[in-house]
Design a protein around this ligand. Structure first.
Ligand code: HEM
Length: 361
């Protein structure tokens, strides 16, 4: 007689039900049990068993080693995925979105989005059943590792796994909810409040602009006299001239060379490291730059315009106390990574760029 443990029985029952339903088991809110639904494949991590989280860490670390900019791209990616119908990997889709149409990547507010090749590489190395992660989980874990890496271990926040991938990916839906850089304070506040984030969290998360880059079109309004928000004249002049040679600018003036910084009137304050090694590092220097009115986007500058004083106070606190920002940024990123996926159906995508072929709509 064959004896089955209670756990084995429960698993066979679960798999059986999933078989009859015609797709892998998916729990409420688009979360699934780990490691179900795909064929076994050879371990590609050099033969030894590697925890999936370690695989993510290894690949993200390698990628950032080659180019720190990849880390910034991965941090932006989780914001742009989770803000639009929750963390569902929808930002990665190229083809076959539910309902058709242009996918999120083509949204105006997704200009410059990158890091997709890193996500694909991670997915390709996590394809055995015991190591499987959804594309949505990979986006969340990759951003966590990028944050940990770029902050030199100062920002370390917990994230769970068990997300499933959505089937909807719509450019117009993304443009409707992602904040453009031209928003004023009240618009930013309302945008974040709609997702359950308060002013302090808005200020903490905006601190991500301590790293990464922006295209000219993302800050052109600040150089144009008819649309310009108050920008310090020396910073504006320095930027207007420099952008002719460098249409892609670092978000943080810290990462510009000394000639530019001097021309822009930027003061290197105590606690700000402008050495080459500190370029691209996540620290609180965004708040130093912002309180000196030397930030790229109107949306950054607007944080000075909270009449209640909350945003200004938070900026002062984060500028004075880097540890406080590390903690609050980590907490807000963990919360962002938990935004519940919403949609008509969920699956575990085989290729993060393509909705699975068995979708019917
Ligand atoms: C508060 C509202 C926000 C607005 C209006 C905004 C807008 C932008 C814009 C316009 C760019 C430059 C795109 C380009 O020209 O290439 C950018 C870059 C970036 N954003 Fe934001 N963002 C916001 C919040 C956030 C949040 C919450 C995060 C992450 C937690 C984030 C992380 C980043 C990063 C890391 C980059 C650089 C990406 C790279 O270098 O590849 N942003 N953002």
């Amino acid at each position: 007689m064959v004896k089955l443990s209670a756990r084995a029985l429960a698993l066979s029952l679960c798999l059986g039900l999933a078989f009859f339903a015609g797709q892998p088991p998916v729990a409420a809110h688009g979360h699934r049990g780990p490691g179900l639904g795909k064929k076994d494949k050879k371990d590609k991590s050099g033969g030894k068993q590697e925890d999936p989280r370690d695989t993510v860490k290894r690949i993200v670390t390698e990628a950032i080693g080659g180019d720190k900019g990849v880390g910034a791209a991965l941090i932006r990616l989780v914001f742009h995925d989770c803000w639009v119908n929750g963390c569902d990997g929808s930002v990665l889709v190229d083809t076959k979105p539910y309902g058709g149409g242009k996918t999120e990547k083509l949204a105006e507010n997704n200009i410059g989005l990158a890091g997709f090749d890193v996500i694909d590489k991670i997915k390709s190395q996590l394809d055995s059943p015991e190591k499987q992660l959804s594309c949505a989980d990979i986006v969340v874990l990759a951003a966590r590792e990028a944050t940990y890496n770029l902050s030199r271990g100062n920002i370390d926040y917990p994230v769970n796994t068990g997300r499933t991938d959505g089937v909807v990916s719509s450019a117009s839906a993304a443009d409707a909810v992602l904040p453009p850089s031209t928003f004023d304070f009240e618009q930013l506040k309302a945008n974040f409040a709609a997702k359950g984030f308060d002013t302090k969290e808005l200020v903490a998360l905006s601190g991500a602009h301590v790293v990464g880059v922006a295209r000219e079109s993302s800050f052109a309004d600040r150089l144009n006299d008819t649309t310009a928000t108050p920008i310090s004249p020396d910073y504006k002049d320095a930027l207007a001239e420099d952008v002719k040679k460098h249409p892609i600018q670092p978000n943080n003036i810290r990462d510009k060379d000394e000639t530019f910084r001097d021309k822009a009137g930027y003061v290197v304050e105590t606690g700000v490291d402008t050495s080459d090694g500190a370029k691209g590092v996540m620290d609180n220097t965004y708040y130093h730059a912002n309180l000196q009115n030397r930030v790229l986007f109107r949306s950054d500058w607007e944080l000075r315009n909270d009449m209640s004083g909350q945003a200004g106070n938070a900026m002062e606190t984060f500028k004075r106390d880097a540890r406080e920002w590390y903690t609050e940024f980590g907490k807000a990123m963990a919360k962002l990574s938990q935004l519940k996926a919403q949609g008509p159906r969920f699956e575990n995508r085989t290729d993060c760029k393509v909705i699975n072929t068995n979708n019917k709509y």
